[in-house]
Design a protein around this ligand. Structure first.
Ligand code: HEM
Length: 150
């Protein structure tokens, strides 16, 4: 019971951190991008990646050591929808990560470097799309937890 409570609490905190960092990225991508903003974007993106990896580990912990038992999830279509959507978000997030690192490298080589407007707008759209997919993950999570009783 205590393990389940601790894993559930960690899970919620990590989800909160993950969403907060993605929202912050989206806001920063909506303003002027200078060297300092590029540093912050790269830092946020690293925090986002760390949260995502920890979330997978804690999520697996909940499946294996949670009070409902792993069978409840492995035969639960909402669990697969949730995990699949989360994986899609993870794959999509590779693009902004690579782009932020490239921008930071360019800014280190050239102090007046500014990324192109179209490129920034593309990344902003992608980050917002990730947020929309994460909203779906929340809905799948609620359905998953109540599978069999919906
Ligand atoms: C951004 C990604 C994620 C979000 C937004 C999210 C969200 C949530 C939410 C809101 C709940 C509570 C559901 C409820 O009680 O109504 C939950 C529960 C849970 N999540 Fe996640 N989650 C994420 C990632 C993961 C991953 C990657 C895994 C597994 C590998 C996972 C496994 C679980 C488990 C096992 C529960 C317990 C459900 C139950 O009470 O039966 N989650 N999640």
């Amino acid at each position: 019971m205590l393990t389940d409570f601790l894993l559930a609490s960690l899970h919620h905190l990590l989800v909160f951190g993950l969403v907060a960092m993605l929202v912050a990225e989206s806001v920063l991508l909506g303003g002027a991008i200078d060297r300092r903003v590029l540093q912050r974007l790269a830092g946020l993106d690293m925090g986002y990646g760390i949260c995502a990896v920890l979330l997978i580990l804690v999520g697996i912990g909940r499946v294996v050591a949670g009070i409902k038992g792993h069978d409840f999830y492995l035969h639960n279509p909402w669990f697969h929808a949730k995990l699949g959507t989360f994986v899609v978000v993870g794959v999509l997030s590779v693009l902004p990560t690579v782009r932020f690192l490239r921008w930071r490298k360019a800014a280190a080589a050239n102090p007046i470097f500014v990324p192109g407007d179209a490129e920034v707008a593309g990344m902003r759209r992608l980050v917002r799309f990730e947020l929309i997919l994460l909203a779906a993950v929340f809905v799948f999570a609620a359905a998953m937890a109540r599978h069999g009783g919906l």
